[in-house]
Design a protein around this ligand. Structure first.
Ligand SMILES: [Zn+2]
Length: 379
């Protein structure tokens, strides 16, 4: 009996060794509340601060002065599967929420089941298209470690109430977002607003009809844009809290955002011209500063400044579009470098620039000329 126990302990220890992670138990105090986190340590900072991922994929940045107690055991860290994730979501959102599961998603909603199903099938198609797209270009993506969670609220006000603690007043400017912290996509039922207040769709086909109306396209694009971020961060293209330049992470999301609601299986529009962003880029070109490429590549500031963000997003789309088409090999190599970046290590602008030049060549002046010449031919 004793030997048997020992054997089991050894196997557990070996497993933990294989996975490289034991469970860390951390107690902390935040805003007067006691919180307990069980998870794996992603980063341990020199000052004692921790980045911990819990078993449902939530990332906890824990400051040294918040920490009350921590200990670890040899039990291997295991992420939640679809059932465990559903259970936890229903515990967290107990008030009238339900679960819709698909192959890769757990959708937690309190709107109509038809809307949750519509989201699920849209997301699965996007997931497939995204994976196929990169595979065909030679980038090997991985299966997500966790089911991807989407929260769908039945109206805008409950969506805003949920998002405000994380986004502040910025939530008012959004209709959906992807949270790096929780790894969830959050949104609300768009058919309420698109239908002019009444007549919500009761089947997936009706919802499609409603959201294919002129004017709804940009709304759906936002939902897809946010879901693309989630896929990119869960399939190995990017790592959460790694220093991925925004022109890349946003550019990729924009590249995929054009909705394709007509086809029930494929996604024909991927990589197509994003006419909204092309138009915006055309307008930006009239007054584009000479150092625009450098500021876009080396810093995130333009994306974070409300007055400059629109132009930065448009230029990010244009640059990704150009590089994917005209320098696919170099682009792939650059994406591979970015995909290997570790969390919470931030590069200086010079380092970002050097990484870009290592992939696409030293002569940015010439690349800029080629970029603008090419974009002028895009229709
Ligand atoms: Zn985005």
């Amino acid at each position: 009996m004793h030997r048997f126990l020992l054997l089991i302990t050894c196997i557990i220890a070996a497993l933990a060794g294989n996975l490289g992670y034991a469970i860390e138990h951390v107690s902390l105090k935040r805003d007067g509340q006691s919180i307990h986190v069980d998870g794996k340590i992603i980063v341990e900072a020199q000052d004692g601060g921790l980045l911990v991922q819990d078993t449902s994929g939530v990332l906890w940045a824990i400051m040294p002065d918040e920490m009350v107690h921590r200990e670890s055991d040899a039990i291997p860290f295991k992420l939640a599967d679809h059932d465990e994730m559903s259970e936890r979501l229903l515990k967290e959102f107990s008030d009238g929420f339900r679960i819709h599961k698909t192959a890769h998603y757990v959708i937690c909603y309190n709107t109509s089941p038809a809307y949750a199903e519509w989201c699920g099938s849209l997301y699965e198609r996007l997931f497939l298209a995204f994976n196929t797209y990169w595979k065909n270009r030679g980038f090997k993506l991985s299966e997500p470690e966790l089911p991807l969670v989407a929260l769908v609220f039945n109206d805008r006000s409950s969506y805003v109430a949920h998002g405000r603690p994380e986004l502040g007043d910025r939530v008012l400017e959004t209709i959906g977002y992807y949270s790096l912290r929780s790894n969830r996509v959050v949104m609300y039922d768009l058919t309420g607003s698109q239908a002019g207040g009444g007549g919500r769709g009761s089947s997936a086909a009706q919802i499609n009809q409603l959201l294919m109306r002129p004017g709804a396209e940009r709304t759906v694009a936002t939902v897809i844009h946010e879901a693309t971020h989630q896929i990119a961060f869960n399939c190995g293209l990017q790592t959460r809290h790694a220093d991925i330049p925004l022109w890349v992470s946003e550019g990729v999301a924009i590249y995929f955002e054009t909705p394709d609601l007509r086809s029930s299986k494929g996604w024909r529009n991927i990589g197509g011209v994003n006419h909204v962003r092309l138009l915006e880029f055309g307008r930006y070109l009239r007054n584009r500063p000479a150092d625009s490429l450098v500021t876009l590549i080396s810093r995130d500031e333009r994306f974070l400044d409300r007055r400059l963000a629109g132009d930065a997003y448009a230029e990010a789309w244009a640059l990704n579009y150009f590089l994917i088409r005209k320098h696919p090999k170099e682009y792939l190599a650059y994406m591979t470098v970015l995909s290997e970046k570790l969390p919470l290590r931030y590069d200086e602008p010079e380092a970002r620039l050097a990484q870009f030049k290592a992939a696409f060549g030293e002569d940015l002046e010439q690349l800029n000329t080629e970029f603008l010449r090419y974009l002028r031919t895009v229709r």
